[in-house]
Design a protein around this ligand. Structure first.
Ligand SMILES: Cc1ncc(COP(=O)(O)O)c(C=O)c1O
Length: 425
């Protein structure tokens, strides 16, 4: 590992949580240079919904490269982009009666968020945007301003103006309707909150600690946006692409956002980010928002193959089935260790096990890694163990991975008990 410590910036992070050199990967497994196998419950933070090196995707990429297909094309027309656009329209937009224009932004999620915020402000001629507590939308300056987590928000980074944060669903507990709270600020012209161009929301907060907005809350949010002429942006970068059981995460609420940001798994494992917008909002002048890597042709090839998973209901059904297993198994763990006062939250195949006792979730993730499971943390205090397996994982591997967490918790508690007993003696 010396070369990483010597040359790679101190900003490196996941290499610290998982200090081995990964070499190959297949489906839901990673292998290090020594050939040790790890189950992957991290999935590139939601980028590998279709698994590592999915053979359908890999074969299409190899074939495309071997026939000298265009790899870099700025935003020129290419056959790979043409096929992607047609497939996305036929498989995703048309069956859902969604009319969106598609903007290819720079290749990462934060680029799509920047584009959405800029366009919303331009179209509405207003600068303010409302985001929610614990939101995570990326780390470039505009996206950072709508991100809540204090760890990333340092004054030195520059102005964080033109954004107000409002309480997400459940922020004050189950009895406070935070949409009514927000409404009060919008109704009162002297509340100090300027009418925003847009409200940006994750339907399930991934990095924020797996908070699932209720269907009613999302519907009320859409209604509020209509009433006050505010654009609704759903950031589906982490929990879109089937993670919650439908292609878009907002489908469960039956809402139609004005804009949607998509990235991570939309590229089938390769970098790609999209902004979807209602056609009337597409008020860009040609070239007004550009970037050298807008639309990555290899990612178009990968994505076109991956979208075939949505030609029928099989994947959606399987997410539902495996999501139930996740809920059942995590609930069993919660009940088995009542002393942890753990909470289980999630939907589809994104689940969180919150353990408030400071540092314990981190100890579990570390112990799980030693037993062959890659799993990450989320939440403001890294207090939530985040379960994000690939959507195509088989049931046995899914159960094996959850079993590793169960065992890690049991052993850690036992060790702590022994230490306490030792103290007394
Ligand atoms: C909801 C959401 N939005 C935006 C981003 C930023 O994406 P990227 O890291 O690709 O810039 C993330 C990343 O985790 C995310 O979860």
């Amino acid at each position: 590992m010396r070369i990483f410590e010597q040359l790679e910036s101190e900003v490196r992070s996941y290499v610290r949580s998982f200090p081995v050199i990964f070499d190959t990967a297949e489906g839901s497994f990673l292998f290090d240079e020594q050939g040790n196998r790890y189950i992957d419950f991290f999935s590139g933070a939601g980028t590998l919904n279709y698994g590592h090196n999915n053979p359908v995707i890999s074969n299409a990429l190899i074939e495309y490269l071997q026939r000298n297909g265009i790899v870099h094309g700025l935003d020129k027309a290419t056959s790979a982009k043409k096929r992607f656009l047609q497939k996305f329209y036929d498989t995703v937009l048309a069956p859902r009666n969604l009319e969106y224009k598609i903007q290819f932004t720079g290749p990462t999620g934060t680029n799509a968020v920047e584009s959405a915020l800029k366009l919303a402000r331009m179209v509405k001629g207003r600068s303010n945007v409302i985001a929610f507590t614990n939101a995570f939308h990326g780390l470039t300056m505009g996206a950072l301003a709508v991100t809540g987590n204090n760890f990333y928000r340092d004054e030195f980074f520059g102005m964080r103006s033109n954004v107000d944060h409002m309480p997400y669903d459940g922020y004050f507990g189950p009895d406070v309707n935070t949409i009514e709270y927000l409404r009060r600020f919008l109704e009162d012209k002297s509340s100090g909150i300027d009418l925003p161009a847009a409200i940006i929301v994750e339907t399930v907060q991934g990095e924020g600690g797996i908070h699932v907005a209720s269907v009613e809350w999302l519907q009320q949010l859409e209604q509020l946006c209509h009433e006050f002429d505010i654009l609704l942006i759903v950031d589906d970068i982490q929990v879109g692409n089937g993670r919650t059981g439908t292609f878009f995460s907002f489908e469960r609420a039956g809402i139609k956002p004005d804009m949607v940001t998509l990235s991570k798994s939309i590229g089938g494992g390769l970098p790609l980010a999209l902004l979807l917008m209602r056609p009337e909002l597409d008020q860009w002048k040609p070239g007004e928002h550009t970037g050298t890597f807008r639309g990555n042709n290899l990612a178009f090839v990968a994505s076109t193959e991956a979208l075939a998973y949505w030609d029928n209901e099989d994947l959606a059904e399987s997410v539902k089935y495996k999501g139930q297993i996740m809920e059942e198994e995590l609930t069993k763990i919660r009940d088995k260790y009542p002393q942890l006062e753990a909470d289980v939250r999630g939907v589809g195949m994104v689940w969180g096990l919150e353990i408030k006792k400071l540092g314990f979730a981190g100890e579990v993730s570390k112990a799980a890694f030693e037993n062959g499971l890659v799993i990450e943390l989320s939440g403001a205090e890294d207090q939530v163990i985040k379960f994000l397996p690939s959507l195509v994982i088989d049931e046995d591997t899914l159960r094996e991975g959850i079993g590793i967490i169960d065992k890690a918790i049991g052993e850690l508690l036992e060790r702590k008990q022994e230490m306490r007993t030792g103290d007394v003696m």
